[in-house]
Design a protein around this ligand. Sequence first.
Ligand code: NI
Length: 256
Amino acid sequence: MQLIDTHTHLYVEAFDKDRDEMIERALEIGVSDFFVPAIDSTYTEGMFALESQYPDQVHLMTGVHPTHIKNNYREELAHVSSLLKSRSFCAVGEIGIDLYWDKIFIKEQQEAFDIQIQWAKDHKLPIVIHCRDAFDEVFEVLEGHKSEELYGIFHCFTGTVEQAKQALSYNLKLGIGGVVTFKNGKIDQFLNKIPLSKIVLETDSPYLAPIPNRGKRNESSYIKQVAEKVAAIYDLTVEQVAEQTTKNAFEVFKLI
Ligand code: NI
């Protein structure tokens, strides 16, 4: 069985003590590829180091995470812009709007999201969206970019069926992770109304561990619990879910 973790922060401090063992556990259960979203410039070196250690398995994105859009956001954006000119990436991400923590930088978040979507289109890359308490704001920016060139993943999708359908209308697939296993996660109630061809699996590790590890550190090998829950929701075998979602992930990241 082949599985793809389309969203994993392998390079963060939470894995500093056992990163190789953690990656090994994922490889052992069949995770063949790790798609690694950026946060800000402080992590760039660590991401490059990880890529040189696992060149066939690790695929890097570049971008500024919305919760890291602060007073220095122009310098952070300039860093992403120069990286995009200097080498290849699998996507621009994670980018978006997050109004959960505070709304102080809402204007800057909207502007940075808009700018980074345009860069993705210019480089013919997919986008990976982070949206928290900001569906209307995210959709407003996406609406302005609606076109054939706009595509990617709505990461950690936690909205309603209507919001899911709206996300699909922008040529996005839904990133489904640990939340689907939560009792109060809600998306399990309607997910089977969305074609499986529109779903990719992710962990968002080290965050949002699925049941039975909810609240603990997440890691890419736990994608198996996500795949099993998705299989139960769609009334399919876990192998069928693995096969289809792997195909979907490779389609987005153009690795077919
Ligand atoms: Ni993330």
